[in-house]
Design a protein around this ligand. Structure first.
Ligand code: ASP
Length: 406
């Protein structure tokens, strides 16, 4: 049976069993079952640093060489980052309106301290690791991300055979990390059951509504982002009406929705962008694979919604500083998210960790993650298409200018 179905079944089972046994069984559950959930959370935590480090290094090196980071590369990356940050803000906005998770009070063993918001300069200083190994040991995510980006750029600068060796090495390490996560995820149905059972036994039916509201927030957020941001870009730059744009994108969107993988949708996205939306082969073959690797607006939006959800569930008021931190780490985390099903969940663990939100919240999200993945992957690849249209027009303008100036 498919893993996501198993996880979903364990979510349903935990609700049914929790409702039947109720609060009276809590001592037994806390003694015998809850630790299994803690083991699952620890296994996920174990993989955060390796997967972030390796996949970000690979993400940077996938740019090919630093020259490619020139005109088209920088603009593309800039546009990807801006739309990603907007996506998280939309996620925050919707979750701020709907308040998913409010009323479902969970407590965490991890002491949740709401830190005072650091100043923006403090955030920047803290981003630069004086000792990357110490940052890794403490799972201080932001400095680890910055270090990974530097390693990636360093490898690109070295170039040649030695760099190729390192690219292959880190690619293999990333692959190994994902394999381990795959093994850990096999354990997810039990972990999710063990984590949710105490919550349902304690809270009763009140746990169901928040989960439905998380799905609604992510789905509506994705639709708003696609319609307002992407179809405006396609209209302003490419002169495509929203209908033309979405019709052109529809096949790739459908594949993304059903496979939950940007990588799987890439070939169809390339074909359709060229044939249906008039993007040149040059631009699409650079912008789309890069986008499938680093541009994950749906994943970012999901991180915004889910981190507010987890904060609500644990009764934590996020400060502005923490929200800014989520936008920053969420944007960077989405770069490091692989275009495969479920990758965003692991990166969510990292975002939660960066602002000290309890990791137990992950279990609630994990139960419905497949459904959320469908929406976010669909948005991820739609964003790649929109940016490809913008870059294509920019390149055409540039070529026309060059021709005019002789
Ligand atoms: N499944 C997503 C993608 O392939 C990544 C994620 O899990 O957020 O785009």
């Amino acid at each position: 049976m498919n893993l996501s179905i198993k996880i979903f079944i364990s979510l349903i089972l935990s609700v049914i069993v929790g409702l039947i046994v109720g609060e009276s069984a809590l001592p037994f559950i806390n003694w015998w079952i809850a630790p299994i959930g803690t083991i699952f959370i620890n296994l996920i935590k174990m993989m955060i640093v390796p997967v972030v480090f390796c996949s970000l290094v690979v993400g940077m090196t996938s740019l090919g060489d630093t020259k490619k980071l020139g005109r088209i590369g920088l603009k593309t990356i800039g546009l990807y980052l801006v739309t990603t940050a907007i996506a998280i803000v939309i996620g925050f906005g919707i979750a701020g309106l709907v308040h998913p998770g409010v009323g479902l009070q969970m407590t965490s063993d991890a002491v949740v301290k709401v830190k005072e918001a650091p100043s923006i300069m403090q955030v920047f200083v803290a981003m630069i690791p004086a000792n990357p190994v110490a940052s890794m040991a403490k799972a201080d995510i932001l400095p680890v991300i910055v270090f990974s980006l530097f390693v990636g750029v360093g490898i690109l600068k070295v170039g040649g055979e030695r760099a190729e060796f390192l690219v292959k090495f880190f690619d293999a390490c990333a692959e190994v990390s994902y394999k381990i996560i795959g093994i850990v995820m096999q354990f997810a149905p039990y972990g999710v059951f063990a984590l949710l059972l105490p919550v349902v036994a304690k809270n009763g039916p009140a746990v169901l509504l928040p989960l439905i509201s998380v799905i609604a927030c992510v789905a509506v957020g994705c639709i708003i982002h696609a319609v307002c941001v992407y179809s405006s870009l396609a209209q302003i730059w490419g002169n495509h009406t929203p209908l033309q744009f979405f019709r052109g994108m529809s096949e790739a969107m459908l594949i993304a929705f059903t496979t939950c993988s940007s990588a799987a949708a890439l070939p169809v996205n390339m074909k359709n962008c060229q044939e249906k939306l008039g993007v040149s082969r040059d631009v699409s073959s650079f912008v789309l694979p890069l986008g499938a690797t680093i541009n994950m607006d749906g994943t970012a939006l999901y991180m915004g919604v889910c981190s507010l959800f987890v904060a609500n569930v644990f009764g934590i008021d996020l400060t502005m500083g923490q929200m800014a931190m989520i936008v920053l780490t969420g944007t960077l985390a989405s770069i490091g998210t692989a275009g495969v099903p479920g990758a965003g969940l692991i990166m969510l663990a990292m975002v939660l960790q960066s602002v000290n939100l309890p990791m137990e919240g992950l279990a609630l999200v994990a139960g419905i993650d497949r459904v959320l993945d469908m929406f976010r992957t669909c948005l991820n690849i739609t964003g790649d298409g929109a940016v490809a249209i913008v870059m294509d027009q920019e390149e055409k303008k540039h070529a026309a200018k060059v021709a005019r100036n002789g």
